[in-house]
Design a protein around this ligand. Sequence first.
Ligand code: NDP
Length: 336
Amino acid sequence: MTDDIGWGLIGASTIAREWMIPAFRAQLDSDVVAVMSSDASRGRAYADQNKIAKSYHSVDELLADPSVRAVYISTTNELHRDQVIAAAAAGKHVLCEKPLALTLEDARRMVDACAEAGVVMGTNHHLRNAATHRKIRELVQTRRIGTPVAARVFHAVFLPEHLQTWRIDNPAAGGGVILDITVHDADTLRFDLADEPEEVVSLTQRAALAKAGLEDGVMAIIRFQSGLIAQLHDGFTLGHAGTGLEVHGTEGSIIARDVMTQQPMGSVLLRTAAGEEQIAVEHENLYERAVRLFNAAVRGDGTPAATGEDGIRSLALALSVAQAARTGQRSTVVRG
Ligand code: NDP
């Protein structure tokens, strides 16, 4: 037996096929050894298409496989909780997709289960792996814009047709733009600003795609501990808006464009009294970096890019955005 990290996929998902399987295989020290699907024939076809040796029909079977050292959970959101808890009980390290769960209580149980089992747990918030966001965080921390006062996130996109499934029609699966996109904004703002959210106001809409009980557009304003206020706009129905993030401070502004994306791309501009400076960014595949850091953590070196605790805190902000929209009241962000 080698020291390689054998990954088992819980969920024959699009994100695994498009991004994560290549990211696991880009590492020198890991490979994908098995996949679990609730549909046996789809699981077998998925395994064949993605050159995965074994396909399982149940989580228990996959967890009983000794060649699986770590699991990547990318099922629909309502399934994450029980699958994470089962994986931890089986002694497997866990990288779980966002949102960790549908409630903070569930997310806390998942993180605690991993801690008690002594396994590494990460949340797959990819954006903090982007070279652009790491640069924004560095510019903020080195006070290149003085004291940060306000931030804005533009993250309204068009949901591709092949993803117009549970995200737009299944509240029980954790559909809707808030649990899909706002939770990423939450993690990115927390990371870029090194600040924590305190309270939220928001409004949602059903612009075109979302079915009853779900939203496909949201705008929110968040107050952070430092006093900074941040504004975000997320959507599933806008194909031409473009994405971006801005941080405005007492001494300057950071203007980042095309940075709320899975692709390693985008630009970061610093504007101060001295003029405009295009900040050099060395792009790197976001998911490959996430897996590299996770694998290192399994070997005892550091922590995942986004930990389980990050998953809880970012979920807490997203749930506050949802609550504020539902009640029409200001929502205090709960410390999960
Ligand atoms: P998918 O809809 O592709 O997959 C989710 C589940 O749906 C799968 O586990 C699978 O069940 C089932 N499924 C997949 N394809 C089919 C099909 N053709 N027919 C019937 N059922 C199918 O979801 P995503 O990959 O878009 O998202 C999965 C998770 O990853 C979510 O938690 C999401 O929030 C997260 N995500 C994270 C991203 C990131 O950048 N961090 C980006 C995109 C998604 P089974 O496994 O039982 O076969």
